[in-house]
Design a protein around this ligand. Sequence first.
Ligand code: AMP
Length: 248
Amino acid sequence: MKIVKSVAELRALPESRSVGFVPTMGALHDGHLSLVRKARAENERVVVSIFVNPAQFNDPEDLRRYPRPIEKDLAMLARENTDVAFLPIHDEIYGDRFRFEVREKEFTKMLCGATRPGHFEGVLTVVMKLFCLVRPTRAYFGEKDFQQLSLIRDMAKSFFLGVDVIGVPTVREADGLAMSSRNLLLKSEEREIAPRLYQIIKTAADAGVARRELSTLGFRVDYVEDVAGRRFAAAFLGSVRLIDNVEL
Ligand code: AMP
């Protein structure tokens, strides 16, 4: 596995027939690896980026404490036969000092976008930059972040990027909790009730019932909403924000 940091090194890679790209923020788990495995099965070259993108954090404390176990991540990627681990340099990615950004005016205002101002602009902008650098044939995103997947798919279409955006089902712990790098930050008593988020949004008669059940259990509910045949939810346990979604 080649570890690439600079844009110059990335550009110097030989051409490949097909490039499968998996953008991540690291602290990798089996959810990320299911994307890497699908990319591995479908492409000649697999590129995985690890970049904790400051532009998508609306809370500085969330950015500060985001886990960064880089050596462990690299070992996991090597085991999956990743060809290139791309660890971009902040000042190269944001050489424009955030002057330019990608904006979307409808879906980014809903769900996670309603309470995390600037979050999706940060996501769309960094993904656009990474697509321009990596020039993937296919890019893989998890359904765990379904709103993100949908926005990136629409962005690729709207700007004729020629990238096939592929969604991958959510990978869960045995108790149903969606795997997430932020799960590492849950206290043990929070970790015990965390799986209820999935169970409740899956079984509640409507979004209002789900909100009430979650609040009763001690979740601080950000939202539970049914949109276009899916139920989306975000809720805090202590200071950790969990998200999930299910098909209705
Ligand atoms: P992140 O590192 O959190 O930015 O996630 C990188 C990619 O992995 C995104 O496309 C996520 O949707 C995806 N991902 C994260 N957790 C999971 C999961 N539990 N199952 C499937 N995909 C996931």
